[in-house]
Design a protein around this ligand. Structure first.
Ligand SMILES: [Fe+2]
Length: 257
């Protein structure tokens, strides 16, 4: 039987009620979703069921790199954070500037860190061979970028506003517009992956992925703020989004994927 949005809405409401009950009973606030959050159907299939493989880095600190892929054939260049200049023409869509800081639990900047992003184009389609959404590809938009945080922990991307897109979690399932973020750390095993959303998206209540963060404050931390000072005159709209790596204000991240 195909699940409807109504079915999913009821499951989301039940999860939220159960979370509120746990908090009322004294449980600590949850910044991250459960690994098998039922309304997000494929989450149950994705998370690991066995503990991670232990690598004895005490013996050889570089051993960990033998268990991970290597990324990038070249160093990060100044153009890698501008997704509107990767092709001969300009991509279609509303240009945006996205900037913020990478911070530790005490609000200190995390410098020199590789941040990677990937996103759908303005029509809500990824340039990926397994993409199934019947929306146009943009020959001038790949949708991937990377940069290093500066001395203040700040990152900066120029891109286009991604479109919402359908997925097959249930009938009429649509993802709110978002940009995927990866913070690499110093080794592949430290990599953190999360998503940034845009203010006041009407799809928030219907989306089991953002709703899998059942804590209201933690969920709100995934939403960027429109920042007029970041908007570039005659060019782009500005959004600010800080990423906090841990502590009570940690940004939600996808675990075990
Ligand atoms: Fe996505």
């Amino acid at each position: 039987m195909t699940l409807t949005q109504h079915d999913i809405d009821q499951e989301i409401a039940a999860e939220r009620a159960a979370y509120r009950e746990r908090i009322a009973e004294g449980a600590p606030a949850g910044h991250h979703p459960r690994r098998d959050y039922a309304p997000y159907r494929s989450s149950a299939l994705r998370h690991p069921k066995r503990p991670p493989v232990t690598v004895d880095v005490g013996e050889d600190p570089e051993l960990v790199e033998l268990h991970s892929p290597a990324f990038g054939e070249r160093d990060v260049t100044e153009l890698d954070n501008d997704l509107t200049r990767q092709h001969t023409g300009a991509p279609l869509g509303e240009r945006i500037t996205v900037s913020g800081r990478l911070l530790d639990r005490d609000g200190r900047p995390v410098r020199g860190q590789l941040i990677e992003i990937w996103q759908a184009n303005a029509a809500g389609r990824y340039a990926h061979r397994r993409e199934q959404h019947d929306a146009p590809l943009d020959p001038n938009f790949t949708g991937a970028g990377r940069t290093l945080t500066d001395a203040d922990g700040r990152y900066h991307f120029t891109t286009v506003q991604p479109g919402p897109y359908p997925w097959r979690n249930h009938l009429n399932a649509w993802r709110p517009a978002h940009i995927h973020f990866s913070m690499f750390g110093t080794a592949f095993t430290q990599r953190l992956v999360t998503q940034m959303y845009f203010p006041a998206d009407p799809l928030f209540p219907y989306d089991p992925i953002i709703q899998s963060v059942t804590d209201d404050a933690a969920r709100q931390r995934l939403v960027a703020t429109y920042d007029h000072d970041l908007s570039v005159p005659e060019f782009s709209m500005g959004y600010r989004w800080d990423i906090v790596l841990d502590g009570p204000h940690a940004t939600w991240r996808e675990e075990g994927r």
